[in-house]
Design a protein around this ligand. Structure first.
Ligand SMILES: C[S@@+](CC[C@H](N)C(=O)[O-])C[C@H]1O[C@@H](n2cnc3c(N)ncnc32)[C@H](O)[C@@H]1O
Length: 212
């Protein structure tokens, strides 16, 4: 009897969470805005690091030592630091976030870890303060779903990507802004990119594009 009650309680909780997730997704579909700053800690936890290990993420994005990389929307910087370690002293990571406090946090963490090859910028992906063709790789981890104008963002990303460069998106399912991989492929390929590789599964996938 107790077991049955516990089972019903767990089922109710799961259904409630699923419903809440669905409602937030519907709202976010129509009303997009950057993740609030107070959530920066919430998205950095051991379970996420287990599913999306920081050290292997740069490999998914095709990042090699010596590259110049753009991290759009680094948030608390967990993946920025891992990417900076991957590109090494000969390379560089430029991180740009629309929320200045995120950038302060990234730089505090970089300083604490003695990482010196990260440059921090505050700005909007739809209006990037960089020269044409400046980056070998550009990546966004659970960011693209927050951007109100996909077309404007992609136009800017294409402009600042080098002719042989790669644009990578990594997405995690519990994110309320999670885009379906097929939708992201369709929309990105309509804007001058072609899919180079798709890695992962429904819950955690990475798409890597190059210029068409
Ligand atoms: C869900 S967080 C992801 C953080 C980090 N990439 C990660 O996966 O842990 C999204 C980040 O994108 C940033 N962001 C949202 N809209 C942006 C925009 N238009 N331009 C630049 N950054 C943006 C937010 O401020 C936030 O730091």
């Amino acid at each position: 009897m107790v077991l049955l009650n516990l089972f019903h309680l767990a089922l109710g909780l799961i259904l409630l969470l699923a419903l809440l997730h669905m409602v937030v997704r519907i709202v976010r579909h129509f009303y997009k805005f950057p993740m609030p700053y107070f959530m920066a800690n919430l998205i950095d936890h051991p379970l996420r690091r287990l599913i999306q290990p920081p050290d292997t993420t740069p490999l998914r994005h095709g990042i090699e030592p010596g590259m110049t990389v753009l991290d759009v929307g680094p948030g608390n910087g967990t993946y920025t630091l891992a990417t900076a370690r991957r590109v090494g002293d000969e390379g560089k990571v430029v991180a740009i976030d629309i929320e200045p406090r995120m950038m302060e946090r990234v730089m505090r963490r970089a300083q604490a870890e003695g990482i010196t090859n990260i440059e921090a910028r505050v700005g909007d992906v739809c209006d990037l303060p960089f020269d044409d063709g400046a980056f070998d790789v550009i990546y966004m981890i659970t960011v693209i779903g927050e951007i109100p104008s996909f077309e404007d963002a992609l136009r800017e990303l294409r402009r600042v990507l080098s002719p042989s460069g790669m644009l990578a998106f990594s997405e995690l399912f519990p994110d309320p802004d999670y885009p379906w991989a097929s939708t992201l492929i369709r929309k990105t390929t309509m804007l001058g990119f072609k899919l180079k590789k798709k890695i992962g599964n429904f819950f955690y996938y990475t798409l890597v594009f190059e210029k068409d």
